[in-house]
Design a binder for this molecule. Structure first.
Ligand code: PBG
Length: 296
């Protein structure tokens, strides 16, 4: 029997600066942007229903070309991580490490021109973000920029700064996908020109995705991810068979939109993701699904 458990679920949250903010996201009914104080309240509820893992995304107050706010020690995510770890016991905090919400152009990289990426500056910024999250108390950082060498650069920076215990979850097989649409509205992170097919993976090339997983494991990823999940069950299945690392799958915003309002359908999809081989599932349904699971 293949049984989905609450312990398999990770709940994503969008964090904004300030106080007393819980704002609706038009493209994702039922999902909110929280300020840290409101987030604490929410996570206490989440814990009550039996979900103890969260993934945090920061929303920028000020975007610029170099994503400066992303590694600010006083950023929304950094403050939220600190508060959650200090005010609630037993929550595993994972943080998304990327630039797209913090750059004015909306790409996951620092650019030299519209065509050229500044690789060194991008890797340095990603490493700085990871260290700032670790310093705030994050248990695990999750680089999602699809930059070659990002896991290695982050591992090195974490170790150098004394965060040897902070783990890395690689978004290793991250496909260029139309399933991310609602999320980009939530984070206001849609690219202002071009698209992400230059760096996110081509769904016509599964072997490349599997190779990338292998590479990020070599670079030091403690856990790896396939994203999106529903249209990529074959990749999840193959990755689980091929690699000896815990495997996460991201049931992304477009999948949430398609199945929302129909718990039976959403649960069937979550079970399919588990059956394919995911050890952990990142899903906007995590809080609700914990309740549904009690009943079956
Ligand atoms: C940032 C990032 C994205 C998602 C997670 N991290 C968007 C993107 O790559 O455009 C998508 C998550 C979702 O759709 O739920 N790099």
């Amino acid at each position: 029997m293949n049984q989905l458990r609450k312990e398999d679920l990770i709940m994503p949250y969008f964090v904004v600066a300030g106080k007393n903010r819980k704002e609706k996201i038009n493209s994702m009914p039922g999902v909110f942007r929280f300020s840290s104080d409101k987030l604490i309240h929410e996570i206490k509820e989440l814990k009550t229903v039996g979900v103890d893992k969260i993934l945090l995304f920061g929303i920028a107050e000020h975007k610029d070309a170099r994503a400066g706010e992303s590694y600010s020690e006083n950023g929304a995510v950094q403050n939220a991580v600190f508060d959650v770890k200090n005010k609630i016991k037993g929550i595993t905090v994972i943080t998304d490490v990327c630039l797209c919400a913090f750059t004015r152009h909306g790409h996951c990289r620092i650019l030299k021109s519209n065509k050229e990426v500044d690789n060194q500056a991008t890797l340095a910024a990603l490493a700085r973000i990871a260290v700032s999250h670790a310093k705030a108390g994050a248990d695990m950082v999750a680089p999602s920029a699809v930059m070659d060498g990002q896991v290695k650069a982050i591992r090195k920076a974490l170790d150098k700064n004394g965060y040897k215990k902070t783990k890395i979850l690689g978004y290793s097989a991250k496909f260029a996908s139309s399933f991310y649409g609602p999320f980009r509205d939530a984070l206001d992170s849609a690219p202002q020109f071009g698209d992400r097919t230059g760096y996110q993976l081509d769904y016509k090339n599964p072997e490349k995705a599997l190779k990338r997983i292998g590479r990020e494991i070599k670079e030091g990823a403690d856990m790896v991810m396939v994203k999106p999940a529903l249209a990529y069950l074959d990749i999840i299945y193959q990755a689980k068979k091929r690699f000896k690392r815990p495997l996460a799958a991201y049931n992304v915003s477009g999948e949430y939109s398609l199945t929302r309002g129909n718990p039976a359908l959403a649960l069937e999809v979550l079970h399919a993701i588990k059956r394919a081989g995911a050890d952990l599932i990142i899903t906007y349904f995590a809080k609700e699904a914990a309740g549904w699971l009690k009943k079956i």
